[in-house]
Design a protein around this ligand. Sequence first.
Ligand code: ZN
Length: 684
Amino acid sequence: MESPGLFDSPADPEQSRHSELCQLLAEHEYAYYVLGEPKISDAAYDRFFLQLKCLEEEHPEWVTEDSPTQRVGAPLPEGSKFEKVEHAVPMISIESLFSNEDIQGFEARVLKGLAGETDVLPAYLCEPKWDGVSASLVYEEGLLVRVVSRGDGAVGEDMTRNVKAVGGVPLRLRGVAPSLLEVRGEIMIPTAIFEAKNEALLAAGEKPFANPRNATSGTLKRLDPSVVAERGLRLMAWEVARCEGGFDFKNHQEATQAMKNWGFPVTPYSREVSNADGMIAFHDDLEARREDVEYEMDGVVIKVNDFSLRRFLGSRARTPRWACAHKFSPREESTTLKKIEIQVGRTGRLTPRAHLEPVSLGGTIVRHATLHNAKYIESLDIRVGDTVMVRRAGDVIPQILGSLAQERSGKEEAFLWPTSCPSCGGNISVKGEHRYCFNMDCPAQIQRRVLHLASRQALRVEGLGEKAVKQFVDAGLLKSVEDIFSLDYEKISGLDRWGEKSALALKDQVEQAKSPDLPRFLYGLGIPEVGAETARALCQVFPVLDAFCSLAEKADAVEVLQSVEGVGEEVAQSILGFFQDPRNLAALEKMSSAGLVPQAMIQKKAIQLDGVTGKVFVLTGTLSTPRLEMKALLESYGAKVTGTVSKKTDFLLAGENAGSKRKKAEDLGVAILSEAEIYQRIES
Ligand code: ZN
């Protein structure tokens, strides 16, 4: 019997472990990015990765170019430029079409072009048109050697270092590799990461990215590849541009399957159709699911499947005759900024809000957009009367991306902050990126605070809506938030649109609201940083109102507060500050002498609620309660809230302007509930 390995050079067991780890990690990446079926947990991946790194630190000579550790290289020095590279095969663009008639025209042109060549009707493949950064990836003998951005189609920039850090980019091809391969694909940022990044930029007073595409290209231009890795960019391959060494594909489907086998992520949304009707149906289906797809798309790409037919059809000056893009309705559009209004929030923060000439965006009419803060307006140079670009995506508040300075007539006016509060005429203070009116008697603030305390998530006084509260504040019946419990109902019955009966009904509601659950009341006080979820967590530790009121006497108040789940130092300081303020304590005193008795928190397990507990909910559209709070509320009854509608969804909670998710729920037969129906279930 031969002893194994006798004539081979005996492999160092550590070195075998090195190649084993490389293989294991590459397999996992393939399972995760291409198959969408991760086989090991993220924690296990990190562990293996660390082991590999340690081995390579001890044996730098073992490091291969395709080792998973080589994805994220060292940052380039400040001022480095990306080298210009000519594309071996130009990256041509395709024609954009906008209407169903255009698509019928495309089909007619293809058929006419093929007349005489074939009697079989051609098949077309429809796929999403991803809205990211297009790039070309070149592999030699299976190894990734270069990535070049589209650039002007003829010359792009070398982005190899950064693209190695993009999720799903194979460093080495799987299986039998061609001697030379050039694959085209789109690099994109997941929409969720884009939105979170923009929120963080705005919170820091910085200019946000205009759209996911800009966020992607901005990220790819960074000199430090670790930023690329952090942002979670992903690749989606869409075309084989060159392939040498014994491979021959008859059509797009074969080429796509080959890309998948080599380890490239390819689109999960693809349909073969035989005519314009099929193309239009795919376009409409995908557009309806736009909010549910993780990445931004701006339309559908339609390509003749068969490569020999493509060659026969050829190209016009700049675009091929065998493909087109059917665009979605735009998310960005230009319109006129009519005026900038200053809103005063309940904490006194002044927020500029744009009034726009109504414009249709992504299927809804947009009239207002947020302008965030002064720095935002300044950095974008937005003037009243300007033609501005507005973007609206999903449930995000519409935002102004910038102004078209070339369209100015000279009559536009730069925005100037008012020198005094538009509601009370009081002084304006600047704090960080924001401006505030700190006048406690400011009518707009009182109005906002009362509305918050009376809201569904707090005391639930339905009679105290927007109109009524404004009316009472204007009539001097509500001079502060605590007046809510000692309203003069006789005077109310004499107000416009009021009578004895409606005043009494309101009185009833207010009386009932005098014994709220403590967490609801605490939330209703509108302490900055304290949402419904935090309020509930706080009341587990401080079960009675007095426990909060005596916080100021405790030396370790901040630490005690921070022991509560979800409470960091900032939140703790905010709570302490609120209960240290003598005006707030006086207001609480006044409320309790008017009969307010918040109900102590009883330690209880999650309440079982038929039709809520154990059910899976998806939220969509505009709700009167903030999303996160509605989620927390449902979860407090043991429901699960997820992001996308699927067969597992029990209920879709649809607010106003519910779009694609509602359609999907209807298609899947998922029950749709209104916000009022949810409250009925909870309150019954
Ligand atoms: Zn004011």
